[in-house]
Write a protein of this length. Sequence first.
Length: 197
Amino acid sequence: MKFQDLRDFWLVMLGWKRYPLPERVTVQVRKVLDANCFKLRNGKTVKLIGIAPVADGRKEAIGLLEQLVLTTKTMLLFGPQRQDRRGNLLAHAFILESDKVKEIEAYRKEFIYIEFDGEFPDGFWEIDALGNRTVNPDVSRAMKPTKPLYLHVNATLLNCGLADFVSMPPNTEFDDMMKAMYKDAYRNEKGVWKMKG
């Protein structure tokens, strides 16, 4: 029986067998591939939910993403659809607030933090008439730091004006908040939107 478990473990690690992924995992990033994706140490590629690279800001976005995810362990939060048709993992990336993150001067005031300890705080989710769960942007912005703060990488890239917002159904849990970040960056001409305004 142990041999079967070990065999299954290696089949999954090599990508030859698929198991449902956990909803939340902590990973180490090996390399940033683009403004919205990176490769993990285990060889899997992660595509960030809700963002798309902007040609004019791609280099700057890659630089910020490298500073964020290569400096510390990254927590991935999966939505209902965990992989795209190419086999890339689809996730929201979070990193624990740390001194290394605080050293990033250029965009620090644009960072979006979420209080997270494995449970979402009261009022974080709004439920509509159809029972769909979405993020309450007022609660996520106004949370008091009583629990560990995690930087939401996807929303931060949008708020810095370094990415376009793209809804990726059924992974829409953070869409309202991220769309608000994108609109704010565009309206205030942050990042690449300085040139577009």
